[in-house]
Design a protein around this ligand. Structure first.
Ligand code: NAP
Length: 314
């Protein structure tokens, strides 16, 4: 099968499509023919060597990028009895080392797989696992309830958009920090208040939020890595959820700072797929590219400013 490999840490030119042996599922695993796989920020960070520098990944090469899978089950491990060959599934490869999802075939643990949303295309479905699971985990980590107020930075992005929609579903009021051109997207996904961050210096983000939410918000999910600039919008004893460890500010004024890290969880993923099928979660796909254009896909994600996700279709 054909699969993408990072052959050296650095720029996108270090991505290569190689022929490798087909993977074989273990007893508790499934073999999935990949229909679509999203390129996420973590893939870019892994390829650039930033995760090795941060001590989060071993420097062993080659490594296969890609976490998100949407595809069709082609074979089942001997201990998997609750899935059918031919089923449309989604899943998460959450190991930084080894073979990734930008490949024609991938082996996933059964526990990392769920049925794909019936009403979404494979490309749409491929945007759900990493960012959907991160969003629901981050929102749970805030401990917020109906009527509380949440600031979401990077609210027009993959994680941030799902956080807005999940919060709306739970009756949590949201303040979205986005670039002004994304204000409409954020409102459509449930933001009650929109703060345009491109018109703000780091020091005024908190001021703008506090002008609208006196005393500050109850929690922050920081998908734009604003760090302390977003933390200052938090009320005393509020909860700050960082998604990238180096951008987690220290707790002050009795706040709690949590670094949330995603984990593959097929049951939670099934719940997200149900929300997608009832229209309570939505997604945007900006570009669909073949495996051979994986370098271009990485460059697009790296440049930012996209109106949706970049999806590889092997
Ligand atoms: N901990 C985990 O398990 C986990 C899992 C998934 C993702 N993450 C991390 O979470 C973060 C969000 O991921 P994502 O996939 O949602 O990324 P994304 O789709 O690129 O979204 C990030 C959003 O933040 C905006 N943004 C970034 N810097 C900004 C700034 N200075 N001012 C205004 N807006 C800014 C971006 O706008 P532009 O595109 O216009 O720049 C984009 O809309 C990434 O850093 C990712 O690595 C962590």
């Amino acid at each position: 099968m054909r699969s993408v490999a990072v052959t050296a840490f650095g720029g996108a030119e270090n991505l290569a499509v190689r022929e490798v042996p087909d993977p074989v599922p273990g007893p508790h695993q499934v073999l999935v023919e990949v229909t679509a796989s999203t390129v996420n920020a973590i893939d870019v960070s892994a390829r650039a060597g930033l995760l090795v520098e941060a001590g989060l990944m071993t420097p062993a090469l080659p490594v296969g990028p890609g976490w998100d899978v949407a595809g069709v089950v082609r074979a089942l491990g001997t201990r998997v009895g609750d899935l059918q060959v031919g089923a449309r599934v989604i899943g998460l490869c959450d190991l930084l080392a080894g073979a990734g999802a930008h490949a024609e075939l991938v082996v996933l643990d059964r526990s990392a797989v769920a049925s794909a949303p019936a009403t979404w295309t494979a490309e749409q479905a491929a945007t759900l696992p990493l960012n959907g699971l991160t969003a629901v985990g981050a929102l749970d980590a805030t401990g917020l309830h109906i009527g509380d107020t949440l600031l979401v930075t990077g609210a027009a992005g993959g994680v941030g958009g799902y956080v807005l929609e999940l919060a709306r579903d739970r009756g949590i009021a949201t303040v979205a920090a986005v670039r002004s051109r994304h204000a409409g997207r954020a409102r459509a996904r449930g933001a009650g208040i929109v703060v345009a961050t491109d018109e703000l210096t780091e020091h005024t983000l908190a001021q703008e939020v506090r002008a609208r939410v006196p005393g500050g918000v109850d929690a922050v999910v920081d998908a734009a890595r604003a760090g302390i600039a977003a933390h200052d919008a938090l009320r005393s004893r509020g909860v700050f959820v960082a998604l990238v460890r180096p951008f987690a500010p220290p707790p002050v004024r009795g706040t709690t700072v949590i670094v949330h890290e995603v984990a593959a969880d097929g049951r939670r993923l099934a719940g997200l797929a149900r929300l997608a099928d009832t229209g309570r979660l939505t997604t945007d796909v900006a570009e669909i590219l073949p495996l051979d254009e994986v370098r271009r896909a990485h460059r697009l994600v790296e440049a930012g400013g996209l109106d949706g996700r970049v999806v590889i279709r092997p």
